[in-house]
Design a protein around this ligand. Structure first.
Ligand code: PMP
Length: 433
């Protein structure tokens, strides 16, 4: 065990997950690659979990942050006017498509979702919330309550009255083999059934990820959330889209993940990629909802000058370089390269994706059951070959890829070749057992 790993184990919680048998220490980055403490360089197909959306050491972001630091004010307080914060809020409000939108900044996705829950439960005077099975929304008391993925649910106690819907994670025995239309109908029936038992008029909101991130890039057929929303509207129930992983053009087809469903939510939460590594998150919501809170509020570091400098530069870069189109262009190349594996390799259960968000389910070649050990073996194989990828899903058996939106076509093909090689190798070993 490396010295740093031993020290980590000694002073950090055992539940702070680490990747790899011999976890790596990343010390520098350039473009879409990072280098570890031993001098090995990796093409990064996970980007700090969707966070470094422009990759590493981007001049525009670095210079914007350096300019702010050079002014001598890293932070004062949100009790004063902060120009960068207002400018960023204007951009996000405009991009959101939400009428009369207002924005509140936080430091993380967890806090963003806490804020959205606060807005919705206060507006509706209810502690009842609809969430999705297999979801992940954060690690605070409130967001754990709406997290359906048991592997990331560190507390069984809940400050909210939560009802879980079936929907985003389609891979359940009862729903397999259904057409999209039949599936959506079944999910809507499930929603109506839940509302019938949940004193429907009092439900505050539905909160959902358009594509479940931690849940293994599980995705519902486009249109599911539009069908849900019709039912929610009958009861005045609010809809919050958690865009922490899906925002900023990641899915290629829309700027927000929920756009593929043809729905404008009442609020969206965001974090991760916006600061390209600097801590920032937030909520964009209908103005009346946002202004519905009556007590004073402050977020000491939320939307601080350094993070907003990074975020303004990052968002401008995404728009100026039309990175959404890059995701739309490269996504199909990667998917088409991986899809044949689902037919040819028994250890590959399924391949799916949208834009630069794509996944491979590793399964037991004999039984077809989720195979977390095989996913872990692929992670080791890709790491050995110089590629970082992630994993997730309810059982930890899904390979998750979310490269920077700045990925080039050559890099896409390089990463694809490594993935195919590593998966093929693991499949061959698994078939011999
Ligand atoms: N929502 C989603 C969809 C996420 O993927 C995450 C983080 N993985 C969060 C919320 C929580 O964000 P943070 O870790 O910044 O608190």
């Amino acid at each position: 065990m490396s010295d740093l790993l031993a020290r980590h184990r000694a002073v950090m919680p055992s539940w702070l997950a680490l990747y790899y048998d011999a976890p790596i220490e990343i010390v520098s980055g350039k473009g879409n690659r990072v280098t570890d403490a031993e001098g090995r360089t990796y093409l990064d197909f996970f980007a700090g979990i969707v966070t470094n959306m422009l990759g590493y050491d981007v001049a525009e972001v670095r210079e914007a942050v350096e300019r702010q630091i050079a002014r001598g004010v890293v932070h004062t307080s949100t009790l004063y006017l902060l120009r960068g914060q207002v400018e960023l809020a204007e951009k996000i409000a405009r991009l959101s498509g939400i009428p009369d939108a207002k924005v509140f900044f936080t430091n993380s996705g967890t806090e963003a979702n806490e804020t959205a829950l606060l807005l919705a439960t206060c507006a509706r005077g209810s502690d009842q919330v609809l969430a999705m099975r297999n979801s992940y929304h954060g690690r605070s008391y409130g967001t754990i309550a709406i997290t359906g993925n048991k592997g990331w649910k560190n507390s069984a106690l809940s400050p909210l009255n939560v009802h879980y819907l079936h929907g985003t994670d389609r891979d359940r025995p009862a729903f397999r083999g259904m057409s999209d239309t039949a599936y959506i109908e079944a999910c809507v029936a499930d929603l109506r059934d839940v509302l019938a038992t949940a004193t429907a008029p009092d439900v505050a909101c539905l909160i959902a990820e358009p594509v479940q991130g931690v849940g293994g890039f599980a995705m519902a057929p486009d249109g599911l959330f539009a069908a849900y929303k019709e039912v929610l509207d009958e009861h005045g129930i609010l809809f919050v889209s958690d865009e922490v992983q899906t925002g900023w053009g990641r899915t290629g087809s829309s700027f927000w993940g929920i756009g593929d469903h043809g729905v404008t939510p009442d609020a969206m939460t965001f974090a991760k990629g916006l600061g390209n590594g600097f801590a920032i998150g937030g909520v964009v919501a209908r103005g009346d909802l946002m202004d519905g809170l009556t007590a004073n509020g402050v977020a000491t570091f939320g939307g601080n000058p350094v993070s907003t400098a990074a975020a303004n530069a990052t968002l401008d870069y995404v728009l100026d370089h039309d990175l959404q189109s890059n995701a739309a262009r490269l996504g199909p190349i990667l998917l088409e390269g991986l899809r044949p594996l689902a037919d040819s390799l028994p250890a590959v259960g399924a391949v799916r994706g949208k834009g630069l968000m794509f996944a491979v389910d590793m399964v037991d070649p004999g039984t077809g059951a989720p195979a977390p050990a095989l996913a872990a073996a692929v992670l080791e194989g890709t790491r050995r070959r110089g590629l970082l990828v992630g994993k997730g899903g309810l059982h930890g058996s899904v390979l998750r890829m979310a490269p920077p939106l700045t990925l080039g076509e050559e890099e896409a093909r390089e990463g694809l070749a490594i993935l195919v090689e590593a998966i093929t190798e693991v499949n061959a070993a698994a078939e011999q057992h």
